[in-house]
Design a protein around this ligand. Structure first.
Ligand code: 7TS
Length: 412
């Protein structure tokens, strides 16, 4: 794999760029392992946001004054950076949203309203985050379409034979995650997309857990829609991306009505703006979109291969360390994973572990991680989830393992 040949990252140098890491939490140096929920922001991203509000703040696309021109230019520059980041064919295929949740809702609502009919089928998977379940349930209920689910195996992988059997001429949409937020599983999305296309279905990929770790080439994948959250890739919260193939986006009705998304409004009839503005009603999250550009630069400068190699190192190390602790059971042991390790401890509630780790300055996530159907499938209520980023170290994983070991001894 290309990750093996990547130049190693200099973690100390990287850590210096993240001011938030330099603090004590409950008297202990912060160990931040909640990166799958949101990762931390390098200073250059924070500075870009500050710079925008201190120098360029203006509403975009409408004004002719200098500040409006500067803000518009910087906002549109991020669109170009995203286009390159995911290798989209056209700039107007990149739509800014508030995050993956809004991107999926946009597609489910707009595409679903126009193209789903009674008896049609939508396929999702048993690994999905609630935000790639509920929007499809809403539109399926409205359109009397049927929601089907690809089952998950014991290791946390998709049952591809079952997927093949679910596909039929009735399948209109397939919506699956690139990587699972609870278990880390990387799905074989290229194959999933190819199979769906054989039946004429469109495919949406939830890339929330992939964008900071995996290469994304939407043309090579041939996906119809790809959704990204800025805040899971070192960028600000409240901004995200929907990539959609131009010919599909052009056929879809608007998601929200208002300013910016129109060409002309009369009380008799409104005509809509061209892409991408047709889907960007109202004043967008200008400052955060501009700061996202710096997050993309940060990732590009380090290189995804180098990031993935380091994170994979951490994942393998953490899995080994945690599995060696008596009473710990790893959840999610797929062959291909992003740097997420969930685990449970028999007889101890995940919430207690999380709280006691926090007392040691270690931030992990506990609970169902917005994947309740997956937890049901695994027969558990929730997990402790440690997720690793490029600024984490093996020393921090040692602290996690030591903490877990002591907590088990204390509580049992
Ligand atoms: N899809 C996946 C796979 C996710 O992990 C998340 C957020 C979302 C969608 C929603 O993204 P948002 O940016 O619109 O909120 N996942 C998590 C998590 O695992 N813990 O907190 C948020």
């Amino acid at each position: 794999m290309s990750t093996l040949t990547a130049t190693p990252v200099n973690v100390e140098q990287i850590r210096e760029q993240f001011p938030v890491l330099n603090q004590l939490v409950n008297g202990k140096p912060l160990v931040y392992f909640d990166n799958a929920a949101t990762n931390q922001k390098p200073k250059r991203v924070i500075d870009a946001l500050l710079h925008y509000y201190e120098h360029d703040n203006a509403n975009i696309h409408r004004g002719i004054h200098t500040l409006a021109e500067r803000a518009t230019k910087a906002y549109e520059a991020t669109r170009h950076a995203v286009q390159a980041f995911i290798n989209a064919k056209h700039t107007e295929e990149v739509i800014f949203t508030r995050g993956v949740t809004e991107s999926i809702n946009l597609v489910a609502s707009s595409y679903g309203r126009a193209f789903l009919h009674a008896g049609d089928e939508v396929i999702i998977s048993g690994l999905e985050h609630h935000s790639n379940i509920v929007p499809w349930q809403i539109i399926c209920e409205e359109k009397k379409a049927v929601l089907k689910v690809i089952p998950v195996t014991e290791t946390g992988e998709l049952d591809m034979d079952a997927y093949r059997k679910l596909l039929s001429g009735k399948t209109k949409v397939v919506a699956v995650c690139h990587a699972s937020n609870s278990l880390g599983t990387i799905n074989p999305i290229k194959e999933i997309i190819k199979l769906a296309h054989e039946f004429g279905a469109v495919v949406l990929i939830d890339g929330a857990q992939a964008s900071a770790h995996l290469h994304i080439d939407v043309q090579d994948l041939d996906c119809d829609f790809y959704c990204i959250s800025s805040h899971k890739m070192y960028g600000p919260t409240g901004t995200g991306i929907l990539y959609g193939k131009k010919e599909l986006l052009e056929k879809m009705p608007p998601y929200m009505g208002g300013g910016e998304m129109i060409k002309e409004v009369t009380f008799a009839k409104t005509t809509y703006n061209d892409l991408p503005y047709k889907f960007e009603a109202g004043t967008p999250n200008i400052g955060d979109v501009i700061a996202l550009h710096e997050a993309i630069n940060f990732i590009n400068e380090l290189g995804k291969d180098a990031i993935a190699a380091h994170e994979n190192d951490l994942l393998v190390y953490a899995a080994k360390k945690l599995a060696a602790i008596e009473g710990v059971k790893l959840m999610g042991t797929a062959k291909e994973k992003v740097s997420v390790q969930s685990f449970v401890i028999e007889g101890i509630h995940h919430f207690d572990i999380g709280q006691m780790l926090d007392a040691r300055g270690i931030a992990v996530r506990t609970g169902h991680h917005c994947t309740q159907p997956l937890m049901d499938r695994l027969g558990i209520e929730g997990t402790v989830r440690a997720s690793f980023s490029v600024y984490n170290t093996k020393g921090e994983i040692d602290q996690l393992a030591e903490g877990v070991e002591r907590i088990i001894k204390f509580l049992k």
